[in-house]
Design a protein around this ligand. Structure first.
Ligand code: ADE
Length: 240
């Protein structure tokens, strides 16, 4: 997958993506990141990329033309069509289903705004979808872009090692939170590993994990349970 990042700080997003699974996905050729800085496409001695908002108010608004030129340069760099995803708190909220959908694309372009935002005419003309990573405001879209890059990178086929992909993640498959995990030592001053995990009885272990996942979801995120139809077996586990 190819991801183009239009940002005043493209190196920042790339630096966030240089480690662990995402770094490895790049090394394995499963993911390539390409930064495009609108300042490189701005004109005049000062290479202005923003200006004061019409109507007054605090902050600055990013200019249309440098952003548009950066997007055009990114598009021209590769023949594959790229949908433009604008990271903003006004966007649709990201979830794992959406991540899966994005991860299946051959290419996408992430547009990061700074300051108070981006001229609305640019958004209307160039943006295919607006995406928020949560109901809070960041000082720019770069961290949000890094979140998207990380989440889609780990879903590229071959990005995770076997052990990692075998692990049941929160939200994967069933939309539940993850069960708790334990490793050595079995006994520790902070507590013992639940016995069922040492039993070797895989059916019992699966049942326990499912029950833990259901219980945690019920306690912490009941909204997720409302959204899914629990099987009679799950209801019994929850009641247990
Ligand atoms: N830019 C600023 N805040 C953001 C958020 N919550 N999600 C995505 N992009 C943003």
């Amino acid at each position: 997958m190819r991801i183009d990042i239009v940002s005043l700080f493209p190196e920042f997003v790339a630096a966030c993506a240089g480690f662990g699974v995402v770094g490895r996905a790049q090394e394995r050729g499963l993911l390539s990141l390409h930064g495009w800085n609108p300042r490189d496409y701005a004109e005049g001695n000062y290479r202005r990329v923003d200006d004061r908002p019409f109507g007054g108010g605090p902050g600055m608004v990013m200019l249309i033309d440098p952003l548009r030129a950066a997007i055009a340069a990114a598009r021209a760099a590769d023949p594959a069509p790229a949908r433009v995803v604008y990271l903003s708190p006004q966007g649709r909220r990201l979830n794992q289903a959406r991540v899966r959908e994005l991860a299946g694309r051959e290419r996408m372009l992430l547009l990061c705004g700074r300051y108070e935002g981006v001229d609305e005419r640019l958004v209307r003309a160039e943006v295919d979808e607006e995406l928020s990573i949560g109901d809070y405001v960041l000082s720019g879209g770069e961290l949000a872009a890094a979140v998207v890059v990380d989440a889609v990178a780990r879903l590229q086929a071959g990005a995770l090692n076997d052990a990692e992909s075998a692990a049941q993640d929160s939200f994967e498959d069933d939309g539940l939170l993850d069960c708790p995990h334990y490793t050595r030592p079995v006994s520790h001053p902070l507590g013992d590993v639940p016995e069922v995990l040492l039993s070797g009885n895989h059916a019992e272990i699966s049942r326990w994990r499912r029950q833990q996942a259901l219980g945690r979801t019920w306690e912490r995120r009941p909204d997720l349970l409302d959204e899914q139809n629990l099987s009679p077996a799950d209801r019994a586990l929850l009641a247990d």
